[in-house]
Design a protein around this ligand. Sequence first.
Ligand SMILES: [Zn+2]
Ligand SMILES: [Zn+2]
Length: 178
Amino acid sequence: MKCYYHIDDDAVGMCARCGKALCSVCAEDVGGALLCPGCIALAQEEERLRAEQEALETKAETRLVLKSVKKTMLWSWIVTAAFACFCIVGMWQVPSDAAIPTLAKIAICILMIYFVWSGYWGRVFILHRWGRKVEKLTGGERGWILGLVLLFVACFVGFYGGGIYQYLKYRKVIKQGD
Ligand SMILES: [Zn+2]
Ligand SMILES: [Zn+2]
């Protein structure tokens, strides 16, 4: 048997992919299998395309995540701003005989706006972290008391601490993406 590429040279083996006879110059050992120059080039091209496709998919995925994170971020401000308007207007509509000092009104507004803002972010925190923990703990018959207490703590932590945690996490994602 003669080499497919060099008709004067004796073949030493066959290409594992296309079956062409190959001489010692043409045959190349690729991971224990003999391949011809054409099949090696083809395999390299396939590998390149596969890597390219993978990179494209990863990029599209990242873009999708970034889009959803940005949307959440935007909505957090829309909800907070809407509530802030509602809160401020409501506060200053309180009859004057109630005589709430301006400083107290401002303080109440800030607290209420923060509660809404943090609650917006905290709801994610509660659903995904504390929610699961409470679920596990309330499995038993007497577990519901502990569950209720934990849920209360979770709401408090989630609304006042979890909000900041979640907000910063989303901000980090956007920063990394841009
Ligand atoms: Zn081949
Ligand atoms: Zn050859």
